[in-house]
Design a binder for this molecule. Structure first.
Ligand code: 4AD
Ligand code: MG
Length: 478
């Protein structure tokens, strides 16, 4: 009769005393042979279970250790103790699974995030990761709700593809050819005709190109799936496997695109505030404690929740790439040679430049448009100046680039010219060009890096701490 249990979240929010209930969960702490803090993951709050003296024999008492799982029956009563309004007066306690106190790595004390990363299979049982992954869930749910309410179609784009949508050459190959004995063609190259798909294939870096195909029929679609990038970046904001949300809209220009992205980001933040207030308050306090170790000028100016509320209330700053370069060139940081990378028109903005714009200059999220065509993907629409494309990147405080998007090049001749210039294999992409041949329309879209968004909302500084099992260079545990 396991399904007769009540979840701790519901029990604590209803706080109906005098009721006979069954709860199940894992022991967080056990004090004075009497007070058990029990958690079942439904909320950050523990339920205080009181085992009256004499209820359990010595043998059972010894087995109530941190990490052990219990089934408890009893009566919910008003609590006299501090810290909770109700507690469970146990009438029976059954140990479902023991947890050897000598060996259990998660003792009730503060562990470093680095240590917890090594035991990622157990870290869900901590307050911090409980909060992070409940918020992650809520944000994912809000993504679907936002687009569903607007009539967007959720499109499942393929994980295995034969194209490199971003053209950055950072793909993971997918093959069943034997590594030590691959077949070769007459020219001595590996013969992918003999591979599983009869051609060279890789894991997708983005669902956008397939998304565009569907937008040319449904008008508005979005994808939300895993994407893979073999970029050797060992930073706090890069994963080799990350989740991306990519809406694609027909009859949209770059401005419509920016408006949707802003509305979308606000919506999912608001949804988390409305549904995970406890978790966010916990994470806000955690961040405050963590930042106490930093010098004053390195601490965040706003608390986590104030920062989120600020984003809800204030429009994002919108500037062009050219304006961004001018701001950087005129900055004290540039004049005092504080930037590691040089600044001139044409460079790809480095993370130090993005952070300067967002954290020092504007102190709010910034949307940068009109990037030089050389540094952006082939599908972006050429502007009338012939030098820049209708790209838009959204930069967020503490994170840097959180969204990358653009209006797409819908003019067949301009698109093929740009593909040629950028050595995109035109022959293999006739399916993509067909959308421009048959009823082409102005359209636009963007990609939001889901983990970066979760970082922004939870205040976690390392991206490895907002995905259950991180995949990064030289690391693929669990
Ligand atoms: O700017 P990106 O490369 O854009 C695209 O892939 C487009 N196809 C999106 C579109 O227009 N439909 O990636 C989009 C976002 C980035 O802004 C960033 O938030 C995230 O994806 N991202 C990563 N997140 C974690 N780890 C990585 N290695 C990431 N690379 C990109
Ligand atoms: Mg980008």
């Amino acid at each position: 009769m396991f399904n007769k249990r009540t979840k701790i979240k519901n029990l604590l929010s209803a706080a109906e005393t005098g009721k006979e209930v069954t709860v199940m969960g894992w022991v967080r702490t056990f004090r004075n042979n009497q007070f058990i803090a029990l958690n079942d993951g439904s909320t950050n709050q523990n339920l205080q279970v009181v085992a009256a003296l004499g209820l359990l024999n010595d043998e059972t008492l010894k087995r109530i250790t941190t990490g052990a799982s219990l089934k408890v029956m009893g009566e919910l009563v008003a609590s006299l103790g501090k810290g909770q309004s109700v507690e469970l007066k146990a009438t029976s306690i059954e140990i479902l699974g023991d947890s050897d106190a000598e060996q259990y790595p998660l003792q009730p004390k503060k562990h470093s995030l680095e240590f917890l990363r090594e035991i990622a299979h157990l870290r869900f049982r901590t307050n911090t990761f409980g909060a992070v992954f409940r918020v992650r869930h809520t944000l994912a749910f809000a993504v679907h709700k936002f687009f569903n309410d607007k009539g967007f179609i959720y499109l499942h784009t393929p994980i295995i593809t034969a194209s490199d949508a971003e053209g950055a050459g950072e793909t993971f190959r997918v093959t069943t050819l034997p590594l030590n004995n691959a077949p070769h063609d007459e020219d001595g190259n590996i013969n992918f005709k003999e591979d599983f798909f009869g051609k060279s294939t890789n894991l997708t870096v983005s669902g956008q190109l397939e998304g565009e195909l569907a937008a040319m029929a449904f008008s508005d679609i979005y994808t939300f799936g895993p994407t893979f990038r073999a970029e050797n970046s060992n930073t706090t904001r890069h994963l080799a496997e990350f989740w991306m949300i990519e809406p694609e809209m027909a009859f949209y220009d770059i401005e419509d695109n920016m408006n949707l992205a802003e509305e979308f980001i606000r919506y999912i933040i608001q949804y988390a505030i409305d549904n995970n207030k406890d978790d966010l308050e916990f994470l806000a306090q955690r961040l405050l404690d963590e930042e106490k170790q930093l010098p004053q000028d390195k601490r965040s100016e706003l608390g986590l929740i104030e920062k989120l509320e600020f984003v809800l209330k204030n429009a994002f700053e919108r500037i062009t790439y050219t304006e961004a370069i001018d701001i950087l060139l005129n900055s004290a940081a540039y004049k005092k040679k504080k930037f590691k990378y040089d600044v001139e028109w044409g460079i790809d903005l480095q993370s130090e430049h993005e952070r300067y714009l967002v954290e020092k200059h504007f102190k709010k999220p910034v949307i940068v448009t009109g990037y030089p065509e050389q540094i952006k993907a082939f599908y972006m629409r050429m502007n009338d100046d012939g030098k820049t494309v209708a790209a838009m990147d959204i930069l967020a405080p503490g994170i840097g680039e959180i969204v990358g998007g653009s209006q797409r090049e819908e003019r067949l001749d301009k698109l093929t010219a740009r593909m040629q210039k950028m050595h995109v294999p035109i022959d293999e992409m006739q399916w993509y060009l067909d959308t421009r041949r048959f009823g082409s329309v102005p359209h636009a879209g963007f990609g939001l890096g889901f983990e970066r968004m979760v970082q922004f909302v939870t205040g976690m500084t390392n991206i490895r701490d907002v995905i259950p099992f991180a995949r990064t260079p030289k690391n693929c545990e669990f």
